[in-house]
Ligand binder design. Structure first.
Ligand SMILES: Nc1ncnc2c1ncn2[C@@H]1O[C@H](COP(=O)(O)OP(=O)(O)O)[C@@H](O)[C@H]1O
Ligand SMILES: [Mg+2]
Length: 247
């Protein structure tokens, strides 16, 4: 499979009031088309910084990034616009890019229909459940047909029950639509349950400590059924031991 994102030797130093903060040190990894990769690491180690640099929102101090195409970015807060209907929210990215073509609008209509939001399209975000909002936010992000989707702790504001269900819904959409994804999370189980690979970062300054390939011998793997596999807890133990959170 083709590599759609190449991150090479990225370093980042922030200039803070009380001196320099070294956030990232020589980070390298790549992601293949259709892959789902998670980035985990201790709080404050530099995970969000990696995504911000890939998205072009933050300058890198050195290194290079190769990506061909647009980037979709989804944060913890779904950032739906409360004064717009779900439909207008879903079309918002296309609107501001001046890409509201018939074909693109049809694509959004189809996503809304396929993922059970079409009948709610004239509602406002505050009339929807947390899970539905997250699906709507994802559809808005996918409307611009990003080459790669970046998720930064996108589910951590949801309560546990909702989070488990939303994870499954989002996973279904991403797999059905063949979206390549890089997800930041501090939740080891969430990472294992969704990913093809898990990249473990060290404490700040973050370096790539380990990369784990996640495979389950399950037909139609989902973030729910893989949790039942004995391999799940093995992956959990291995990754947990590799995380710099043990003092
Ligand atoms: N704009 C900034 N200026 C100065 N320091 C920053 C800035 N953004 C992040 N940092 C620091 O860089 C480190 C990594 O932050 P971040 O990437 O947000 O970590 P994570 O997402 O892993 O919790 C932290 O110590 C944070 O305080
Ligand atoms: Mg963060």
């Amino acid at each position: 499979m083709k590599e759609v994102l190449k991150v090479k030797n990225i370093s980042k130093k922030y200039q803070a009031e009380n001196g320099e903060v070294e956030a990232l040190k020589d980070i390298s990894f790549s992601i293949k088309e259709g892959e789902f990769v998670s980035l985990i690491g201790p709080s404050g180690c530099g995970k969000s910084t990696v995504l911000s640099i890939i998205a072009g929102l933050e300058e890198k101090s050195s290194g290079s990034i190769e990506i061909d195409g647009e980037i979709g970015y989804m944060l913890q807060k779904d950032s739906l616009l409360e004064w717009l209907t779900i439909y207008k929210n879903a079309l918002f990215g296309l609107e501001i890019r001046n890409q509201k073509t018939k074909e693109n609008v049809e694509y959004v209509d189809n996503l809304l229909k396929k993922y059970n939001l079409y009948e709610f399209k004239d509602k406002y975000p505050n009339q929807l459940s947390g899970g539905m909002r997250q699906r709507a936010a994802l559809i808005r992000t996918l409307a611009i047909k990003p080459k790669i989707l970046l998720l930064d702790e996108a589910f951590s504001a949801l309560d546990y029950q909702t989070r488990i269900m939303v994870t499954k819904d989002i996973y279904d959409i991403l797999k059905n639509e063949h979206i390549t994804t890089l997800m930041v999370t501090h939740d080891i189980s969430e990472a294992i349950s969704m990913s093809d690979r898990v990249i473990v970062l060290s404490n700040r300054p973050a370096v790539v400590k380990e990369i784990h390939k996640i495979e389950f011998e399950i037909e139609n793997r989902t973030p729910l059924n893989c949790r039942e596999s004995p391999k799940f807890s093995k992956y959990f133990d291995t990754i947990w031991k590799g995380l710099d959170v043990h003092g």
